[in-house]
Design a protein around this ligand. Structure first.
Ligand code: ADP
Ligand code: ADP
Ligand code: ZN
Length: 214
């Protein structure tokens, strides 16, 4: 089962992707998490990616595509995966379609988590992220048990640099220009499914589980 999560920044892609990964026993692959791990470790890729991320811009396709293709070729991906934050541009989607096509494979589900822009800013300002394991929380909607400490791994949770209101506005513009066209792209491939992301997290997950089947 190969799944793509689509939706604006803050729509809940990561939250749902983690739940899907747990339920179906497939890896959750987030390009944002891969970049943040590289930034934390001070790698060359991390330094390059950070310049774009801090400005709310997309990391260039040349850098992004290769790390994603390397990742999905790993052994743990042979039964499927859930991609969160990739593809984000039509050229990225085309590279993925081609790479899968070469081995007679394809994406099974592209799930669009729909949340209007007006809800996004407050979601992002309350988001707290764990840079240890990639879990995300929300001060109000999904708080950690112990303030500022990740429930899953015990690391500190932080407000991401790019979650400040000004950068979020820029990211939303970038989303509408470059990522939103993917909805049409996957509709044409007859694998697009829509869920209302403004519902409670558990209700959103139930809607997704209904699409994916038991
Ligand atoms: P969010 O979950 O809030 O949408 P992500 O963690 O997915 O944020 O991404 C954070 C940032 O990392 C993006 O704003 C972008 O700069 C970069 N990034 C992540 N995935 C991609 C991608 N597929 N292509 C280009 N840039 C990406
Ligand atoms: P994305 O990966 O699409 O950027 P996240 O999964 O990180 O989004 O969610 C963004 C923020 O909104 C996080 O703080 C998360 O805890 C919160 N959140 C996610 N889903 C919901 C929901 N259905 N209702 C309210 N808050 C949510
Ligand atoms: Zn953690």
């Amino acid at each position: 089962m190969k799944i793509i999560m689509l939706g604006a920044p803050g729509a809940g892609k990561g939250t749902q992707a983690k739940m899907i990964a747990d339920k179906y026993g497939i890896p959750h692959i987030s390009t944002g998490d891969i970049f943040r791990t590289n930034i934390k470790e001070g790698t060359k890729l991390g330094k390059e990616a950070k310049e774009y991320m801090d400005q709310g811009r997309l990391v260039p396709d040349e850098l992004t595509v290769k790390i994603l293709l390397d990742r999905v070729e790993k052994e743990d991906c042979k039964n499927g995966y859930v991609l969160d934050g990739f593809p984000r541009t039509i050229p990225q989607a085309e590279v993925l379609t081609d790479a899968l096509g070469k081995v007679g494979d394809k994406i099974d589900y592209a799930i669009n988590v729909e949340v209007p822009d007006k809800n996004i800013i407050s979601r992002m300002s309350g988001r707290r992220a764990c840079l240890g394991c990639g879990s995300t929380y929300h001060l109000e909607y999904n708080p950690t048990k112990k303030e500022g400490i990740c429930d899953s791994c015990g690391s500190e949770t932080v407000l991401r640099d790019d979650d400040k209101a000004e950068t979020v506005k820029k990211r939303l513009l970038v989303y509408h220009e470059q990522t939103h066209p993917l909805i049409e792209y996957y509709k044409k491939q007859s694998v697009l499914y829509e869920v209302d992301g403004t519902m409670d997290m558990q209700d959103v997950f139930q809607a997704i589980a209904n699409i994916l089947g038991a």
